[in-house]
Ligand binder design. Structure first.
Ligand code: UDP
Length: 311
């Protein structure tokens, strides 16, 4: 297959490039490098089946030749980006999704949308199944990300229903691994950079809010299976092992040997209190479940962070 991956120079996008190349496909990565970096795909330079196109997908997209699948992974995704880049986030998920859907339609390609557990907002149902409609504050600091991803899902379904486009929607839960930006602002890069510098970890609020952490290779496996499945409606991909942030902080300090402890910082507004995927559907329709234990995923991520931090 000839595959277009938007956000291909990003954290998840670049891992998808690796996977599709290793399966023998041809990959075109497209990125405007707003939050992505060519460092993530530098190892692919010169690969005969890989090409990078510097482009902002909110502008008209032109790609030569046939395309069999479009994977739309362009979008800033860290809560630290939400107040800094709200208009870019809104545009890439609204206009960028419109343009990538249009491209898929023109090329007769399958389309896969990277959606998010944020469509569930601060969930009142726990764990979150795909059938839950969510609890989102449209005008809060997370509103632009949550609502633009919800709109992207709606537009994807509209293209499926009106044009018969062959579409897939993955709802991605907190994912971590090598290549995350060191200054990304999300909890895993924050805690790892702090721990590796011997600093106390910044726990927001009292740390009783929960998250579950998926290693990037597990996520990529789920996305790969979803693309080749027949499932049109959204599928959660995430690790159902749930941690309180305070317990996660202690775990990071333990595995890095950091003795500086934790410090408490104010809880950001609209920070979801709990989050854990119900993955019954992914198990049923994809035969997928996560394989990499948190300690092992952290070990691999720490190795990558140490190298990039010159430690
Ligand atoms: N968090 C924290 N310290 C940090 C960064 C994040 O305690 O330095 C908390 C944050 O308040 C949230 C959780 O960790 O409850 C996950 O935050 P992240 O930014 O990774 O993503 P989110 O799941 O909120 O989108």
């Amino acid at each position: 297959m000839r595959v277009l991956i938007t956000g291909g120079a990003g954290f998840i996008g670049s891992h998808l490039c690796d996977r599709f190349l290793s399966e023998g496909h041809t990959v075109i990565a497209m990125d405007n490098l707003l939050t992505g970096t060519t460092d993530n795909i530098a190892h692919l330079a010169g690969h005969p089946r890989f090409r990078f196109i510097y482009h902002d997908v909110t502008e008209y997209i032109y790609v030569d030749g046939p395309i069999d699948a479009v994977l739309h992974f362009a979008s800033p995704a860290s809560p630290a980006d939400f107040p800094a880049l709200p208009i870019q986030i809104g545009k890439v998920n609204a206009i960028g999704t419109y343009r990538t859907l249009g491209l898929a339609k023109a090329k007769g390609a399958r389309f896969l949308l990277a959606s998010t557990s944020e469509v569930y907002g601060d969930p009142l149902v726990h764990p979150q199944p795909e059938t839950y409609w969510g609890n989102v504050n449209p005008i809060g600091v997370r509103g632009i990300y949550d609502e633009s991803k919800r709109f992207a899902e709606a537009l994807t379904m509209a293209y499926h229903r009106v044009h018969g486009l062959d579409t897939r929607i993955v709802r991605i839960f907190n994912t971590y691994g090598p290549r995350m930006r060191l200054n990304d602002g999300r909890v895993v890069p924050n805690f790892l950079t702090q721990a590796l510098r011997g600093e106390p970890l910044t726990v927001y609020g009292d740390g009783t809010q929960t998250r579950s952490f998926t290693y990037v290779d597990d996520l990529v496996e789920g996305i790969y299976r979803l693309l080749f499945s027949d499932e049109i409606e959204p599928v959660n991909i995430g690790n159902p092992e749930e941690y309180r942030i305070i317990d996660f902080a202690h775990l990071v300090n333990e595995v890095t040997g950091n003795t500086a402890g934790v410090v408490f910082r104010p809880l950001p507004k609209d920070d979801p209190k709990q989050r854990r995927p119900d993955i019954a559907k992914a198990k049923r329709v994809l035969g997928w479940e996560p394989r990499v234990p948190l300690r092992e995923g952290l070990r691999r991520t720490i190795e990558d962070f140490r190298r990039r931090m010159n430690l």
